[in-house]
Design a protein around this ligand. Structure first.
Ligand code: E4P
Length: 235
């Protein structure tokens, strides 16, 4: 399973890249805004350089299919690792599958986003999306169980040998990460504030504290032992 960071915060991404756990980054216009990106091209180029070969998802900013196509082609020229996020439908409920299909036919990688149901996910995969992004938190907002949607999509992908990879996003708490992983997500895109919580555990701290304290006692004992031997040979 891969871990992506759901952020445009360069410092945070650098921190977690250095820990060896980051396989890619996802952004959207809300994340860019929250993380202070004022120039989309500049922000995307900086993030893509940071990531090397790892994928960076950048989302189109229009409801219009023709504009989506133009933006996607432009974004794709900024760096080789840029994948274009296309919503499964626009805000008027019009299908964006044609855009997803058209871009993949041109060899541009697509992350089909804002997916909230099994049916949306399988259509995006059929249209050729490299990634299908299931928004777990938003599925739960509507009273549905994200784990069921993720598991069903994963079963379908495996059964029909679809090359589409499932990204689970819209992570709202640490337990969402565990649920998504166990439900079969290929990738989970995690807001960086949850990563320190994933790695920490108070009993691990206590355990390490005990080892460090005992190591100090052992060192002291060894020092005393050496001193006693040195004293006896000096006589
Ligand atoms: C994933 O790719 C999205 O960027 C993100 O997780 C959306 O989630 P949210 O808007 O519900 O937080």
């Amino acid at each position: 399973m891969q871990i992506f960071i759901d952020s445009a915060n360069v410092k945070q991404i650098e921190t977690w890249l250095a820990q060896g756990v980051v396989d890619g980054v996802t952004t959207n216009p809300s994340i860019m805004f929250k993380d202070g990106v004022t120039d989309l091209e500049d922000g995307a180029r900086r993030l893509s350089t940071l990531l090397g070969d790892r994928p960076l998802s950048v989302e189109v900013t229009s409801n219009d299919h023709a504009v989506m196509m133009v933006q996607a082609r432009t974004f794709a020229t900024w760096a080789r690792n840029i994948v274009i996020k296309i919503p499964i439908i626009n805000e008027f409920g019009e299908s964006c599958l044609g855009v997803i299909h058209g871009l993949t036919q041109e060899g541009i990688g697509v992350n089909a986003t804002a997916i909230l149901s099994f049916n949306q996910a399988i259509l995006a995969a059929k249209a050729g999306a490299t990634y299908v992004s299931i928004f777990a938190g938003r599925v739960a907002d509507e009273g549905n169980d994200p784990a069921v949607v993720i598991r069903n999509v994963r079963n379908w992908v495996d059964e029909w040998e679809s090359p589409a990879r499932i990204i689970v996003g819209s992570i709202r708490s640490v337990i969402d990460i565990q649920s998504a992983a166990l439900a079969g997500a290929h990738i989970i895109t995690i807001p960086p504030q949850f990563l320190p919580k994933m790695v920490d555990h108070k009993y691990t701290r206590e355990t390490v504290r005990q080892f460090v304290q005992d190591a100090e006692k052992t060192m002291e004992q060894m020092r005393k032992g050496k001193a006693a031997v040195a004293g006896s040979t000096a006589l």
